[in-house]
Design a protein around this ligand. Sequence first.
Ligand code: SAH
Length: 341
Amino acid sequence: MKNIKNYQLEELKQELSNLGEKPYRAEQIFHWIYTEKVKAFDDMTNLSLELREKLKQNYTICNFQILQKQESSDGTKKYLFDVLDGNAIETVLMQYHHGKTICVSSQIGCKMGCKFCASTGIAFIRNLTAGEIVEEILAVEQDIGEPVSNIVFMGIGEPFDNYDNVMKAIRIINHPKGLNIGARHISVSTSGIVPQIYQFANEGLPCTLSISLHATTDEKRSSMMPVNNLYSISELMQACKDYIAKTNKRISFEYALAKDNNDNLEDAKQLVKLLNGMLCHVNLIPINKIENGKYVKSTNENIIHFRDYLNDHGIVATIRRELGSDIDAACGQLRRKNLKQ
Ligand code: SAH
């Protein structure tokens, strides 16, 4: 059966007219799901009983079950959701000064193989559908009893390896009659899949694009991120420059600092050279330790030096606050689970 949360409003109008219904019914259904946040067709009380029956026969309302919920001492919450096919994924809720942010997963597992990331350690299973991504948000909002202000595609998976479903989910999240979260409050992070960066520049979606850079030479970046063997740093930078030229939007570069790997002054110098003159911002992430991972977090002193060097040389850089690391909810610590194992 088809998940009703998989449709953008215009698509749902088409679905309803295929069922012989008036298209405005789609707006009513959208309102029930995304504003009233109901979880059953029977709660859509301004629809006739007959239409509710028809909907039940043709669609499901995918409602995730919370299998586990952990809360960090800093208020971060990590949810393990049953995605209803024997798999489970993690979604994180973070509390910042400016509001609440949900970090969504885009795939069950990940193919990218980044050496420092736990999401990639176990096999890739499948893409999440747009409706499942949207449901991650609805399920968290339902649990906390209030809407959130920001969404980041920084959970399990590579969003640009599930491009169409992620774009569709963003449009549902962003739509005034959907979750109504402004595009400027939505960030998409990629490990650097170059063709999709060009494609994203043409979407007309003013979301924030984050690029996981982490190193400034092909040799080092390839040793950390196999995707660099497919798309080199110069190809990646070219795509970023094209994106900035087309959208006039600032790119956020993520750089996870690992001791004696990519955190010395020479790396900072190279990074300044690479990003010189670009409309961008650097997000420095103290690398989080993962099981069997060889990378160790840089010292606080090195992290601060690194940031100061960038700032002193014209590159705006901030250090990302570490949230949720005590419950393995921080960057790179999320994992999918198989419920049948
Ligand atoms: N696949 C996408 C989305 C993941 S976003 C991407 O690669 O961008 C998660 C961010 O956390 C990415 O920048 C990723 O490189 C970073 N990350 C992964 N493992 C990490 C770790 N152990 N410590 C700190 N950051 C990590």
